[in-house]
Design a protein around this ligand. Sequence first.
Ligand code: AMP
Length: 281
Amino acid sequence: MLVFKEKKSLHTFLSNQKSKNSSIGFVPTMGALHSGHLSLVRESLKQNEITVVSIFVNPTQFDNAEDLEKYPNALENDLLLLEEVGCNVAFTPNANEMYGDSTVAEVFDFGGIENEMEGAFRKGHFNGVGTIVSKLFDIVKPTSAYFGEKDFQQLQIIKTLVEIKDYNINIVGCPILREENGLAMSSRNERLSENERLEASLIHNTLLKIKEVYNQNTIEELVTFVENTFKNNPHFELEYFSIADEKTLKTMSKKDNKKTPRAFIAVVVNSVRLIDNLSLS
Ligand code: AMP
């Protein structure tokens, strides 16, 4: 596996590959890789001649300094994991390489989806995501790019980014990988104690319960059920629970056959913020 720290040398290598008509698959990550990330890499390896994975903890998408500071860093191990799955190229730039002297985000209009859920609770988050992903797309110019449904709203943002910037890139959404107890895999899970990690199965189990009883209840009743579930648990703080249309990401206050409902949740466990979602259709 080749490892590049500089965009110029990566660009030169990829231009050479593209002149041979190789398809380039791209998986952007923030590192501390787990099986969820690796499932995206495997999908890209299946579909492309060359797979590039970037590892960069992007400062402009963090609204909380402590979250950025505590974000796990495991570069050496990440490179071993990528080598093991057969990844061709890792790109591991530093902040100066990506932002130069000005670590600021571009401001985007994603048509409103940036203001829902994650966007409402993490101010400026999707401007940061849009900024780094477009910088990376400009360097890698991939044929296809792979994103997890774990961050479902981010996936919709990226699809919109591709339209806004007129990129000729195929965006591939990949299913959520979970721990044995159902907890969605996340680099942030490393910050949980063993007990918290076990207890955090409540998040996925609650979504499963909602799916099971969806047809027999109003949306209001379902929301109340989730709020009460978390009110009764002293270790978990519910940030939001929303049943929203997959396309607009707007909260649905009542059921509507023309919409595709999905349940979205964010929970804080001992200052670690966890998100998950599940299709209800
Ligand atoms: P991150 O390193 O958290 O920025 O994630 C990089 C990519 O991996 C994003 O497209 C995520 O949606 C995806 N990802 C993270 N966790 C999972 C998971 N549990 N299952 C599938 N994809 C995931």
